[in-house]
Write a protein that binds this ligand. Sequence first.
Ligand SMILES: N[C@@H](CCC(=O)N[C@@H](CS)C(=O)NCC(=O)O)C(=O)O
Length: 194
Amino acid sequence: MADSGNCYKVRLCCAQLGITLARRPVNILAGESRTAEFLALNPNGRIPLLQLPDGRLLAESNAMLGYLAAQSSLLPSDRFERALVHQWLFFEQYSHERFIATNRYWLHILGDAEFYAEQIKANEAPGYAALDVMEAVLAKSPFIAVGTYSIADIALYAYTHVAHEGGFDLTDYANIRAWLNRVEAEPGHIPMSA
Ligand SMILES: N[C@@H](CCC(=O)N[C@@H](CS)C(=O)NCC(=O)O)C(=O)O
C-alpha cells in the first residue's frame, strides 16, 4: 500500500541495501487484507507481508527490517548496539506508531476527522510524548539508536516525516527536523511516493 508507512519502511530499507522488491498492491480499504486468501498468508490480516524468493512469509514491518538488514551496516553486529536498535523498534511500535500513524490513518487516509474525533484527541498526548522522547535523544545523537544510521531510523522516519498528516506539528521539534534531513541525505534514500 503506497501510503502505508509500515510498507514504506520495507521499500526504503530494500532501496538502501540494493535488494530487489516486487510489489503486490493490497487495498486494505476494500478489505483485501482480510480475505480468506490473504488470511491464509498472514492470519493477522495486515500489510506489509514479505515473501522471500523461497516462498517463506514474514509479517510485521520491523521484523522485516531486521531480516533484510542482517549483516549490513543498518544493523550493528555488536550485541548491545543491536539490542539498542531493537529497543527503538519496539518503542516505534508501542509508543509512536499506534498514536501517530493511527491519527494519520483516520485523518489522511480515511479523511474522517469527525467520526474519529474522540480517538484522535486521545492519541494526541501520547503521540507528542513519543516525539518528546525522540527530540531529547536527538539533541545528543545524530541518529536514534546508535551513532550511525540504522533500521531504527528507518522505522521511526516512516511515520515521523508524515506526522503532520496526523495533525502533529513538528515546528517545535528542531532536533527531529534536523534528523529528518539527515535521514533523507542517506545514500539510496527514496521518498514514500517512490
Ligand atoms: N505492526 C504491524 C502493523 C501493520 C498494520 O497495521 N498494517 C495496516 C496498514 S499500515 C493494515 O494492514 N491494516 C489493515 C487491516 O488492519 O485490516 C507492522 O508493523 O507491520
